[in-house]
Design a protein around this ligand. Structure first.
Ligand code: HEC
Length: 136
């Protein structure tokens, strides 16, 4: 009986989607995770997309929330929402990463094979994983 109760308590944790896992399976083939600018430049020819740390940093610096008490939470919410939407509808009109990256690599193919939960998890992971990192 106790085991059954435990299973119910922990079931949501067991089935929670891990954003890093989604990244490794669906994004890593194009977006390398952590790298310095200099090192990335030296491997540019073999690469198909900007590094994830560059994308995360650029998005966070581009989207600015001003004059709100809980601006950090609103910033996190807004950036995550943007990433999630962009994964479904990548666009030459709305991209936030650098123009030179788009010229070199073109626009990303839509990641619409992922579920809403996977999109949410990977978008949150992008925001949180690079919290104390800078791309330089
Ligand atoms: C086939 C290669 C490829 C795959 C796979 C891929 N991407 Fe991309 N991604 C790109 C390229 C190229 C760009 C740069 C152009 C652009 O912004 O559309 C990009 C840009 C981005 C951006 C920046 C968006 C912006 O506003 O400019 C985010 C965020 C991103 N990718 C997340 C992901 C995530 C998360 C996954 C996996 C679920 C993923 N990508 C899979 C090629 C890829």
């Amino acid at each position: 009986m106790q085991k059954i109760i435990l299973l119910f308590i922990f079931a949501p944790l067991l089935f929670a989607i891990d954003g890093e896992d989604v990244y490794k399976k669906n994004c890593k083939s194009c977006h390398i995770d952590m790298i310095s600018k200099a090192e990335f430049r030296s491997q540019l020819k073999e690469r198909q997309a900007p590094p994830m740390i560059a994308v995360a940093t650029k998005l966070k610096n581009t989207i600015i929330i001003q004059d709100r008490e809980n601006s950090e939470e609103i910033h996190r919410f807004t950036v995550i929402s943007f990433i999630k939407e962009y994964l479904k509808y990548p666009s030459a009109e709305y991209y936030a990463c650098s123009g030179s990256a788009v010229n070199r690599f073109d626009i990303m193919p839509a990641q619409d094979h992922l579920s809403e939960e996977e999109l949410q998890a990977v978008s949150e992971w992008i925001y949180d994983n690079y919290e104390d990192e800078d791309y330089n």
